[in-house]
Design a binder for this molecule. Structure first.
Ligand code: SF4
Length: 207
């Protein structure tokens, strides 16, 4: 079974998948994605509900006081680093991009606190451009299914780009995230309810 066949099966299970981070524009999207590192989307959505009222744009976030922002985002973990990165990222937006989130990958990744995963999510979700972001779910599931044999997220991203049709990249990311979040969990995956038992490396080794 190749990656495009796996995509079709996941489409039947989940349908057209959407980003679960609540946002109204690309500023809110990039903030939410930065907060989502090692944190659930549900928790991020709880935090951003009030955070976006307090800091509705890059200018207000760039002026935030580190200590105050840390308190606002405390519950999402790694709050000191995330607060520092958010203020630096917002300052970059003001100083270099007129307060707007840039629409190309190189500019996105040049922003403070923005890595490949965040840049790829913003490219696909925010700008509808082909991009495949690798988070912990995408990395785990695509290795278990043998779509890739990757040791790092970058290796995984490049391998997935080669195996999946370009127009499917962004949605494939969402589908793998949903599948990893709800079925192929890190511990105790629901293998009984899985269509991929016959091809799954993890299942073969652990059944
Ligand atoms: S068989 Fe189990 S481990 Fe393998 S992909 Fe399905 S849920 Fe994940």
């Amino acid at each position: 079974m190749d990656a495009n066949e796996i995509y079709e099966i996941l489409m039947k299970r989940f349908g057209q998948a959407e980003c679960e981070l609540v946002h109204k524009n690309n500023y809110e999207l990039i903030v939410a994605v930065i907060l989502s590192a090692r944190c659930t989307d549900k928790r991020v959505n709880q935090i951003t509900k009030d955070l976006f009222k307090k800091y509705p744009d890059a200018r207000s976030l760039a002026m935030a006081k580190q200590e105050s922002l840390e308190k606002d985002i405390y519950s999402c973990g790694f709050y000191k680093n995330k607060a520092k990165n958010l203020i630096s990222m917002a300052s970059d937006l003001i100083n270099r991009f007129d307060g707007q989130v840039p629409e190309n990958y190189e500019d996105l990744i040049s922003l403070a606190g923005v890595g490949r995963k965040t840049a790829n999510v913003v490219m696909f979700v925010g700008f509808k451009k082909p991009a495949i972001a690798v988070d912990t779910h995408v990395f785990r599931v695509s290795n278990r299914l043998g779509i890739v044999n990757a040791k790092t997220p970058l290796e995984c991203e490049l391998a997935l780009q080669n195996k999946v049709d370009k127009e499917k990249w962004g949605n494939f990311h969402h589908l793998l995230v949903l599948f990893g979040r709800y079925i192929c969990k890190s511990r105790n995956p629901y293998c009984k309810d899985c269509e991929f038992k016959s091809i799954c490396n993890f299942y073969k080794q652990n059944k």
